[in-house]
Ligand binder design. Structure first.
Ligand SMILES: NCc1[nH]cc(CCC(=O)O)c1CC(=O)O
Length: 301
């Protein structure tokens, strides 16, 4: 294996850097002879601009295509499902806890939050599922990096906020968690909790290294989740959630389409061989369509 430096690109946020550190630790453990460099790529998302879909990842992909970096580290759930010509999603690390966390102030819990309490969440998928559980709360937008979002809560702008457990753990902030929503109450975004490694499609060395980083059970699970999302069109505003889990050589996939107001939801599960992940994701999407998901998607679209 050549010992020219491997340049690993990351966003500058604390979460992105923590995730990239995890990838680099694994690389160094496997290949102490390869010098690894971290390259911070600033994205429009980090500059506090509107979070257009994919803004978090576009600039990293650009840097990869231009050859300024050799490996890009992303939160998989921020990576759009459309493939980018010249690039390849090459590996995912073993998934962290995929669930959603409530972070409440003043000792509130999900059950005791008073009617009208302000709950901050940036995601229509979370807001829709939370509305279905507690229609009496006020769901307000919340954007920015995880640290920014926690600060907004501390500033008193919300009584509670909802964030991914995985990000809080990686930032060493899990003590902030008030409670964790069970998966049957709030289903995560496809890919949530998984760290993704993207490379140039023609980079043989990066391909070999990425293969060694990859965690196959997570790979099959997220492949099914993303196939489900892609098959449903994944319109920006539509709350689509999915969670897959591999046990032995079988894959269980749970999928949901929910109207933004939380009033109409279609949810179903599918099970099959893990290697058929892609087909399982598409088949589950088809099942939801036949149960009326189209109507929800069109109304929300
Ligand atoms: N969209 C921002 C984002 N991207 C990845 C994570 C957390 C880590 C993960 O879900 O893998 C977060 C923050 C959040 O949703 O709370």
């Amino acid at each position: 294996m050549s010992d020219r430096p491997l340049r690993v690109g990351t966003r500058g946020s604390a979460l992105a850097r923590a995730q990239t550190e995890q990838v680099i630790r694994r690389l160094r453990a496997m290949h102490p002879e390869i010098p690894v460099e971290t390259v911070i790529v600033h994205t429009s998302g980090d500059r506090g601009q509107r979070e257009v879909r994919g803004a978090f990842v576009k600039e990293l992909q650009h840097a990869l295509l231009e050859g300024r970096i050799d490996l890009a580290v992303h939160s998989l759930k921020d990576l759009p499902t459309d493939s980018v010509p010249g690039l390849r999603l090459a590996a995912v690390l073993e998934r962290e806890d995929p669930r959603e966390a409530l972070i409440a102030c003043d000792g509130w819990t999900w059950a005791t939050l008073p009617a009208g309490a302000r709950v901050g969440t940036g995601s229509p998928r979370r807001a829709a599922q939370l509305r279905a559980l507690r229609p009496d709360l006020a769901y307000l937008p919340l954007i920015g990096n995880v640290d920014t979002r926690l600060r907004r809560l501390e500033e008193g702008r919300y009584e509670a906020i909802v964030l991914a457990v995985a990000g809080l753990i990686r930032l060493g902030r899990s003590e902030a968690i008030t409670e964790i929503f069970p998966l049957d109450q709030v289903l995560p975004a496809p890919g949530q909790g998984a760290i993704a490694v993207e490379i140039r499609a023609d980079d043989a060395r990066a391909q070999v290294l990425a293969e060694r980083l990859n965690h196959p059970p997570t790979w099959w699970a997220v492949t099914a989740e993303r196939a489900f999302l892609r098959a449903l069109g994944g319109g920006c505003r539509v709350p689509i959630a999915a969670y897959g889990e591999v046990r032995g050589d079988r894959l269980w996939l749970d999928g949901l389409v929910i109207s933004p107001d939380g009033r109409q939801a279609i949810r179903d599960q599918i099970e099959g061989p893990a290697e058929a992940a892609e087909e399982l994701g598409r088949a589950l999407a088809e099942r939801l369509r036949s149960q009326g998901a189209i109507r929800i998607l069109e109304e929300a679209g």
